[in-house]
Design a protein around this ligand. Structure first.
Ligand code: C5P
Length: 236
């Protein structure tokens, strides 16, 4: 990775994909210090999630705003600057083109906000890309966009467990955040290409995004600790 060394617990990003802020606050309380980062996605952002992000950051928590920005440069720049003011630690931006990436880097300014590129959404396959006029295998496009993000000054990318290995080999000092994590034997829900925590760490992921295996567990804290133990073993 780069400058900081993370504990296994700090490498877990829990996706707060819940119906409302009360439920999100309840989870944060239950989890205590067992995870490193709280991810607030589009559903919660539009239900008071930005103020909640600020509240969590003020309490000393790390927050990941999964806002997946994409717009004209002036808008991306100002939105990134506004998000930086919440004290969030990570923000996602679509890594489709240089103008968007450069605008986010300008908007971040000298704040501590870390920018993560979203390369190709994992629900899109080759035929979906073809419909957009892109005749390139998804993995090649992921690599090209990840390189563009790094060249622009981004800190990392969100990448599936299947992509993480290829990116890790080519991009040094670039943070890889991997969702679609399922401990062995856990329900896959609607995820089709899941990897275990150990496999993701083995492929080079620095952070793991985990939602339902933690948030829907009868004991979320115990579920997070079990994943941390698996990370520790794999990273060992
Ligand atoms: O509950 P689960 O562990 O499947 O949640 C995964 C989280 O990671 C969700 O917030 C989802 O939006 C996010 N994500 C994903 N796959 C991607 C990018 C983000 O599952 N390719």
């Amino acid at each position: 990775m780069s400058s900081e060394t993370l504990t296994p617990n700090e490498r877990i990003i829990v996706a707060l994909d819940v119906a409302d802020l009360d439920e999100a606050r309840g989870l944060v309380t239950k989890l205590g210090g067992s995870v490193g980062v709280y991810k607030i996605g589009l559903e919660l952002i539009y239900r008071g999630g930005l103020a909640f992000a600020e509240e969590l950051a003020n309490e000393g928590h790390r927050v990941f705003l999964d806002a997946k920005l994409l717009d004209i440069e002036a808008t991306v720049e100002r939105a990134t600057a506004a998000i930086a003011m919440t004290g969030a630690h990570f923000l996602t931006v679509h890594a489709t083109d240089r103008k968007t990436l450069d605008a986010a880097v300008r908007g971040r300014g000298d704040s501590a906000l870390k920018l993560l590129g979203v390369t190709v959404l994992t629900n899109l396959d080759r035929s979906d890309l073809s419909e957009q006029g892109i005749e390139m295998p998804p993995l090649a496009l992921v690599q090209e966009r990840a390189r563009l993000a790094q060249d622009s000054g981004f800190d990392g990318v969100v990448a599936s467990g299947k992509e993480a290995g290829a990116l890790h080999e080519r991009l040094r000092n670039f943070v890889i955040v991997t969702p679609g994590i399922r401990p062995a034997g856990a329900a896959t829900h609607d995820q089709t290409r899941v990897v275990t925590p150990a496999d993701a760490i083995g492929a080079g992921a620095h952070y793991l995004v985990v939602g339902r295996p933690i948030t829907r567990a009868s004991d979320p804290r115990a579920a997070a600790e079990a994943i941390a133990a698996e990370i520790a073993k794999a990273a060992g």
